[in-house]
Design a protein around this ligand. Structure first.
Ligand code: NAD
Ligand code: TYD
Length: 350
């Protein structure tokens, strides 16, 4: 089996569903702490699938992780588990240090203990994939080249600093102990099962609810958007054929200013779910900027394309349409995540 951590979250959940949709693949042990961002409703279609074993627990629990690795003779670990929201990291960085840094450390140690006891050929075949972000590279000027794997780390938020620290630990465990690791640094994802604290799902749901669509600052900050299913496929390719100790940047070749993203959402909603009067764009408002807001991220995904033949299948236009349609069709999932604690967050932030 493989061990997936954080598989009840946005990207991990999509990865688990995609992986198990292929009956020829081995099973998944899914270890997730079920923080506010973890949601078992995402995995409800797997309730009767014996290839999915869900365990509620923490990646920082060394004994639990070691026990799972041994019990299920795990051949690969994919680490999605993290605190992932920049705005929350500004309000309270402590959980980010705990999970992203100390949690990754304990996870690496448990994996090292297990891997060092493996015999050939299982030892050579074992893989640890660490899922990270382009935010570790800091912010780009308008005409600077996109981030390659050779860019220096210059993280600016508590979130990106904690992810950068985890990437350094993973790298060191490879160089010092020979642990067979690969790290991916991906741009902003969007798609089904995205928790509505992030820009795209927040704006889709606020638009439908008749609420304002909050744009930080001037809305000209640029992100490189990747449809989540494309990211999941990239991770499968890296697991199969990525070179040990390497990092791979994963991106959508889709740089867009935030305001243009929100305007696109409004235009598609105007077509799919027209309002009685006016456009959803009338709900756009500009609010105080995020402290330390990175101006531009862009990924140069040449290495993963030339080495592993991966390219995103979706354009932004096709992916955002699928995403909006998914939210329109899945109001039950949305009702499940929009709980009391989510409402508390909205009040604090906006
Ligand atoms: P998410 O916040 O939606 O999900 C994180 C999951 O991890 C949740 O299910 C949560 O319950 C679980 N978790 C948190 N702390 C844990 C712990 N200590 N032990 C076990 N489980 C724990 O995040 P996401 O957007 O799915 O991101 C997944 C990974 O991908 C993260 O490492 C993130 O840094 C990285 N990433 C995300 C994006 C993006 O755009 N969302 C882009 C690039 C990289
Ligand atoms: P987000 O989805 O939080 O991802 P990240 O900060 O990891 O890139 O935000 C994407 C962009 O949208 C970012 O530049 C911040 C901006 N943003 C808003 O303008 N308004 C909002 O309400 C949110 C949540 C984000």
């Amino acid at each position: 089996m493989i061990l997936v951590t954080g598989g009840a979250g946005f990207i991990g959940g999509n990865f688990v569903l995609d992986w198990l949709s292929d009956p020829s693949r081995e099973g998944i042990v899914n270890l997730d702490k079920l923080t506010y961002a973890g949601n078992l409703d995402t995995l409800s279609s797997l309730a009767d699938d014996p290839r999915h074993v869900f365990i509620q627990g923490d990646i920082a629990d060394y004994a639990l992780v070691l026990n799972l690795l041994k019990k299920h003779t795990i051949r690969a670990v994919i680490n999605f588990a993290a605190e992932s929201h920049v705005d929350r990291s500004i309000h309270g960085p402590s959980d980010f240090i705990q999970t992203n840094i100390l949690g990754t450390f304990q996870l690496l140690e448990a994996i090292r203990a297990y891997w060092s006891e493996l015999k050939s050929p299982d030892k050579e075949a074992f893989r640890f994939l660490h899922i990270s972000t382009d935010e570790v590279y800091g912010s780009l000027g308008p005409s600077e080249a996109a981030f390659s794997e050779l860019n220096a780390y210059e993280p600016n938020s508590p979130y990106s600093a904690s992810k950068a620290a985890s990437d350094h630990l993973v790298r060191a465990w490879h160089h010092t102990y020979g642990l067979p690791v690969i790290t991916t640094n991906c741009s902003n994802n969007y798609g089904p099962y995205h928790f509505p604290e992030k820009l795209i799902p927040l704006c889709i749901l606020n638009a439908l609810a008749g609420k304002s669509l909050p744009i930080y600052g001037d809305g000209q900050q640029i992100r490189d958007w990747l449809y989540v299913k494309d990211h999941c496929f990239a991770i499968q390719q890296v697991l199969e054929a990525g070179r040990l100790g390497q990092t791979y940047n994963v991106g959508g070749w889709n740089e867009k200013p935030n305001l243009a993203v929100v305007q696109t959402i409004c235009t598609i909603l105007d077509e799919l779910r027209p309002k009685d009067n006016g456009s959803y764009a009338d709900q756009i408002i500009f609010i105080k900027d995020r402290p330390g807001h990175d101006r531009r991220y862009a990924i140069d995904a040449t290495k993963i394309e030339s080495e592993l033949g991966w390219r995103p299948a979706e354009t932004f236009e096709s992916g955002i349409r699928k995403t909006i349609q998914w939210y329109l069709n899945n109001s039950e999932w949305v009702d499940g995540v929009v709980s009391g604690s989510y409402r508390d967050w909205l009040e604090k932030q906006y």
